[in-house]
Design a binder for this molecule. Structure first.
Ligand code: SF4
Length: 343
């Protein structure tokens, strides 16, 4: 099955500097775009340097959005299912206070909590946290009728992200999936993650209404971010950072480009964010997941579209290469091939 990764970097490009000499900077490492460079040159009445413009045009092809098509064959899919079953078993057998993985703390947003309360003795009262929603009920076809899968049994129904969380750090899994804690007010540090969620939100809107313009999406994002601020989901610093430098417009633009890349060669959209579930081979446990989109390509092949956003690197092709071995999409492929929709 074909997996199509669409990677976007929803941050604002840097406006080229105007040097003391009045010339526009042609710094080869600048994180800017060809359009922005031309705009500043015109505004400053400076000639455009064609070789620099060409460099930026080439850079634009990979620095902001990037598509990576890859093939998930049976071996990869079966291998991912084999690994997932072992993790699932380990989740089912895990204790109430599973161990921390100190090697994974560096980038973890629970770091302060684990550092100040390493045995999680006071986890019920951790500052600025609340219990998240209960897991979504999942009904599956059962003969001529339906049955609801138990979400209370540890490891009975797992998703690729739950497996990823457990694989990264068992304590992280306990915090987010066992105790179901979430941090309430996001600060400036969380802005890259919030930008990613907003980009996904816009991509969902585009999947349902492809003719929405960047302006429509920008307005929608403005309302959403204001609502997040008013309901104290984000603090003032995060709010300012999100809206500064046309930040929301850049998110909208990036999402439009990502959607355009995703839809190239697509004959039909089969599913948009539909939950799928399958019984694990030779087991009574279940795997569930929500691929971003399932499509049929012009050549008749089925493909899974998976959106990713990043703020950590400008080298999107290198990042795409890292996703090659990400088992989540192989599990999605298994869900599309062998699973059923939920009710
Ligand atoms: S949850 Fe795990 S990875 Fe995160 S800070 Fe705690 S120990 Fe480290």
């Amino acid at each position: 099955m074909l997996i199509r990764y669409i990677i976007g970097r929803p941050t604002a490009p840097i406006v080229p500097l105007v040097l003391k000499t009045g010339k526009v900077s042609t710094n080869m490492r600048a994180d800017t775009t060809a359009d922005l460079y031309q705009e500043v040159c015109e505004r400053e009445g400076q000639p455009i340097k064609e070789d620099y413009l060409e460099h930026l045009k080439q850079r634009d092809l990979e620095a902001w959005v990037y598509r990576y098509d890859m093939w998930a064959d049976n071996e990869l899919i079966n291998g991912a299912l084999y690994d997932a079953q072992h993790y699932q078993k380990a989740i089912a057998q895990s204790t109430d206070l599973p161990p921390k993985n100190g090697f994974a703390c560096e980038m973890c947003h629970w770091r302060t909590y684990c550092e100040t309360d390493p045995m999680a003795l006071n986890a019920d009262n951790w500052l600025n946290t609340e219990r998240g929603k209960d897991p979504t009920p999942i009904k599956v076809r059962y003969g001529r009728t339906y049955k609801e899968l138990s979400r209370a049994r540890r490891g009975f129904v797992v998703s690729p992200s739950e497996l990823r969380s457990f694989g990264k750090c068992q304590r992280l899994w306990a915090i987010e999936y066992g105790w179901r804690l979430r941090q309430m007010k996001e600060g400036a540090k969380s802005v890259p993650r919030i930008r990613g969620s907003l980009t996904h939100h816009v991509l969902d809107m585009l999947a349902n209404k492809p003719d929405l313009t960047t302006h429509d999406l920008r307005v929608e994002l403005g309302v959403l971010v204001l609502e997040m601020f008013n309901t104290q989901q984000i603090d003032p610093a995060a709010y300012d950072e999100l809206i500064d430098h046309n930040g929301l417009e850049e998110i909208a633009k990036r999402a439009v480009s990502m959607f355009g890349l995703a839809m190239e060669g697509v004959a039909e959209v089969l599913e948009i964010e539909k939950r799928r579930v399958m019984r694990m081979p030779g087991s009574k446990k279940w795997l569930q997941g929500i691929p971003d989109m399932v499509v049929r390509l012009d050549n008749g092949q089925t493909a899974i579209i998976e959106y990713k956003t990043t703020s950590r690197t400008k080298n999107l092709p290198a990042l795409a290469d890292k996703y090659r071995t990400n088992p989540a999409v192989h599990l999605y492929a298994a869900l599309v091939r062998h699973g059923q929709n939920t009710f």
